[in-house]
Design a protein around this ligand. Structure first.
Ligand code: HEC
Length: 150
């Protein structure tokens, strides 16, 4: 009986450890907002390419960013809160570096921009969203487009 109980505890502990390892393997999408140090250390593994922009556009629709920022990112849709016009980097309130945009999506901003860290399962998907957002900017402000490997 005591032995059985100990075995159960061992199994449960093992499963928790596994779940933790899984979260780390997915890029550490745990349920805490990033610290400023973690934001500073962020570096996109996803080049700004046509393929990534297309993926990002799909995610932008799938996660209903359109509902507040509009299909074109201009935020002309009628929402209670004042969503940022994503096509105009000069209007951004929380930074326009890739890492800062990533943070805005992952951890939310202000009272009305929801956090997506529990909804979007991988960091890669967030970086595709960042690339899609770049593609909405005036051409001179976008990063240089990287050719997709065939
Ligand atoms: C419920 C409405 C809502 C949804 C859904 C939403 N946003 Fe937002 N978003 C906002 C609002 C409002 C702000 C501005 C917050 C502020 O200024 O306090 C914002 C801000 C942002 C910012 C920061 C811009 C800045 O000013 O620096 C980014 C980037 C962004 N949103 C991207 C997204 C993406 C990508 C999605 C989908 C994954 C999304 N948003 C979904 C309402 C929304």
């Amino acid at each position: 009986m005591g032995k059985h109980f100990a075995a159960t505890i061992m199994t449960v502990t093992g499963l928790i450890a596994l779940a933790g390892a899984g979260a780390a393997a997915r890029g550490g999408q745990d349920d805490k907002p990033l610290t400023p140090e973690q934001v500073k250390a962020l570096k996109s593994p996803i080049p700004y390419s046509k393929k990534s922009i297309t993926k990002g556009r799909g995610l932008y629709v799938r996660y209903s960013c359109t509902g507040c920022h509009g299909a074109d990112g201009k935020a002309t849709v009628d929402v209670v809160a004042d969503a940022t016009d994503l096509t105009a980097p000069k209007l951004y309130r929380f930074g326009t570096s890739g890492a800062e945009i990533f943070r805005s999506i992952r951890d939310g901003q202000g009272a009305s921009m929801p956090n997506y860290r529990s909804q979007i399962p991988t960091e890669d998907e967030m970086w595709h969203l960042v690339n899609f957002i770049y593609s909405l900017w005036p051409e001179a402000q976008r990063p240089a487009l990287v050719e997709d490997k065939p």
